[in-house]
Design a protein around this ligand. Structure first.
Ligand code: CP
Length: 325
């Protein structure tokens, strides 16, 4: 049975069995080259409309492990500026319509992987996933999200496998997603996506904590408890996932940037003391001593490097499922 419902990977809802997909990723971690002939003669195009380090490198390594050729194109810096609106009169700065560009990618590649971004200005466009959906509509290829306007599914699958491989007890771990301060308004993608995957996975007790007015779209948080008191939320946590996001309701704003929301060793004392306190996760890049303190990032509680390393296996599991279709 395929672990993906169709030919796209843009959300947890595209997966038939999250636990099985995570197990597959961990199997690739144990034996990276076991399917090295699966993608022979196939090519993946990795299109970036904004910057990336981990996603770009891990996706290429994953493709190579499956025998695929990976071609990276930094559309944002090196390509023509794309237009996404239907029936646009292109008398402004955009040079090429996605309707013309995407079918060409369809001629060059077997799988298209795309990183888009939100405007943080037009909520309706961002939450309709205008950019990635236009690529899906016009490319006629399997499409993998390398982060979109509202979600970051390869990151979240990575987060699932990182929890799965590090939690050894016969109970559900308590996982807390906590808002953290930042110097500029950031997308809600990683937080939305983490919430969606934790909820859909169903193997954790999931709690979200943030200052009032930073509520995420309930479509992603589901029935997870929202706790405004960070100390209360952290009690007995096994994992703390740290991330900043800008406001969703009054879209794309920073209301408050209280430094006291930055996780410290003192706050970690509230978490489950077994094994030296909660494990701390972050998707990276991270602003040290703004989002997360040196004392946390440089401590044994931090598993951010292990988490980033696991990006390869998440990408490999997803590409493998698409290649088998
Ligand atoms: N976490 C993540 O997506 O990192 P990059 O932006 O460097 O790809």
């Amino acid at each position: 049975m395929s672990l993906l419902k169709g030919n796209t990977f843009i959300s947890a809802l595209d997966v038939t069995d999250i636990n099985a997909l995570a197990a597959k990723a961990l199997a690739y971690k144990a034996n990276p080259l076991t399917d090295k002939k699966l993608g022979e003669g196939k090519r993946i195009g990795c299109l970036f409309l904004n910057p990336s380090m981990r996603t770009r490198l891990s996706t290429q390594i994953a493709a190579q492990n499956l025998g695929m050729e990976a071609i990276v194109f930094n559309v944002g810096n090196e390509g023509w500026q794309l237009e996404f609106e239907e029936e646009a009169i292109m008398s402004g700065t955009t040079v090429e319509h996605v309707k013309d560009a995407a079918p060409i990618f369809g001629k060059y590649f077997d799988i298209l992987a795309i990183r888009t971004f939100p405007s943080l200005v037009n909520k309706e466009d961002d939450y309709s996933e205008l950019y990635i959906n236009q690529f899906i509509k016009y490319a006629g290829l399997p499409v993998v999200s390398l982060e979109s306007a509202t979600l970051h599914p390869l990151q979240s699958l990575t987060d699932v496998i990182t929890i799965k491989e590090t939690f050894k007890e016969q109970r559900k771990p308590k996982v807390v997603l906590t808002w953290a301060p930042h110097v500029k308004p950031l997308p809600q993608c990683v937080a939305n996506s983490f919430a969606q995957w934790m909820t859909e996975w169903g193997e954790v007790d999931f709690v979200v904590t943030h200052p009032e007015d930073y509520e995420l779209d309930q479509k992603f948080t589901g029935n997870a408890p929202i706790v405004y008191d960070q100390d209360e939320a952290l009690k007995d946590a096994d994992y703390v996932y740290v991330k900043n996001w800008s406001t969703y309701n009054d879209y794309g704003k920073i209301y408050s940037n209280e430094p006291e929301w930055m996780l410290t060793q003192e706050k970690l004392k509230l978490t489950n003391p077994a094994n030296g306190g909660a494990k701390v996760m972050h998707c990276l890049p991270v602003r040290r001593n703004v989002e997360l303190s040196d004392e946390i990032l440089d401590s044994p509680n931090s598993i951010v490097t292990q988490e980033a390393g696991n990006r390869v296996w998440a990408a490999q599991a997803v590409l493998s499922e698409l290649l088998k279709k």
